[in-house]
Design a protein around this ligand. Structure first.
Ligand code: FPP
Length: 249
């Protein structure tokens, strides 16, 4: 039977990625195009964050990771770093009731200790309040850098070897994974980067070994729920072989 080329493919809720990670890029360019400040771009980007978190919860995606601030972002102009920290704090506080109502647990990956004290306090409050929620995990990457994550893990493992807690032969892929910020979280099935840049930018370099990658041309503030759904459909059409062959003939 011929399939109707005009018939829309629908999203299969049974085969959604368990973990979607997003590199939210393009806030600055979005603002620049409108003769606005970069901070205005980040503000608009925060609104997109809200809508995508809610959509993921509605769809039943188990884990959503958002790359909100990288270790390299500290080198941005002071006023921009300050504004981003303020926006993060605002988000963490204002979304608290939403996370609670929707049974969403917050988790942070990255150097939480480098965040301003007032941001850390609000983050800690939300972490504590949402710790028993289990319908979805919202994983925010804050002061996160994959190389820093791997370096810190290596230092911890080396100390364990030096103190004879473990043997060099005990160092397996699973042991390394267990020393990363993501130790309790499955690897991302799908990594989306917005704004048309084809890079991972120090994001989940270990965890991305078999992630499907989707580059969207849309700037993050314009990223819509309907585009996210189209990307999920695209993911569902992909043939994930994990280095193996499709079938044994
Ligand atoms: C990249 O755009 C984006 C960031 C460095 C920050 C992402 C932050 C947000 C979306 C808002 C706050 C986050 C939350 C979780 C509420 P860019 O500034 O590098 O854009 P450009 O490449 O166009 O300059």
């Amino acid at each position: 039977m011929k399939s109707d080329p005009n018939q829309e493919v629908s999203l299969n809720l049974e085969t959604l990625p368990a973990h979607v990670a997003i590199i939210m890029d393009g806030n600055g360019r979005w603002a620049q195009k409108r003769l606005m400040t970069r901070v205005n771009g980040h503000e608009k980007g925060s609104q997109t964050v809200r809508s995508i978190v809610t959509l993921c919860r509605k769809l039943g995606i188990g884990t959503l990771t958002l790359y909100a601030f990288s270790t390299e972002n500290w080198a941005r102009p002071k006023y921009e770093v300050k504004a981003l920290m303020m926006l993060l704090k605002k988000f963490i506080v204002s979304e608290r009731p939403v996370l609670l109502k929707n049974d969403i647990r917050l988790n942070i990956i990255g150097q939480k200790h480098r965040l301003p004290m007032d941001v850390q306090e609000e983050v800690d409050t939300t972490l504590k309040l949402t710790q028993n929620n289990n319908k979805m995990l919202l994983n925010l990457a804050l002061s996160y850098g994959s190389r820093e994550e791997i370096t810190t893990a290596m230092q911890t493992i080396a100390r364990k070897v030096a103190s004879k807690e473990i043997d060099p032969g005990d160092i397996t892929e699973a042991l390394i994974s267990d020393h990363l910020y993501t130790r309790t979280i499955p690897d991302p099935d799908l990594i989306i980067r917005t704004s048309g840049e084809y890079r991972l930018s120090n994001f989940m370099l270990w965890q991305a070994a078999y992630s499907e990658i989707y580059i969207s041309q849309t700037l993050w503030p314009d990223f819509s729920e309907s585009e996210f759904i189209e990307i999920l459909k695209n993911f569902q059409e992909r043939d994930r072989r994990f280095g193996k062959v499709a079938c044994s003939t």
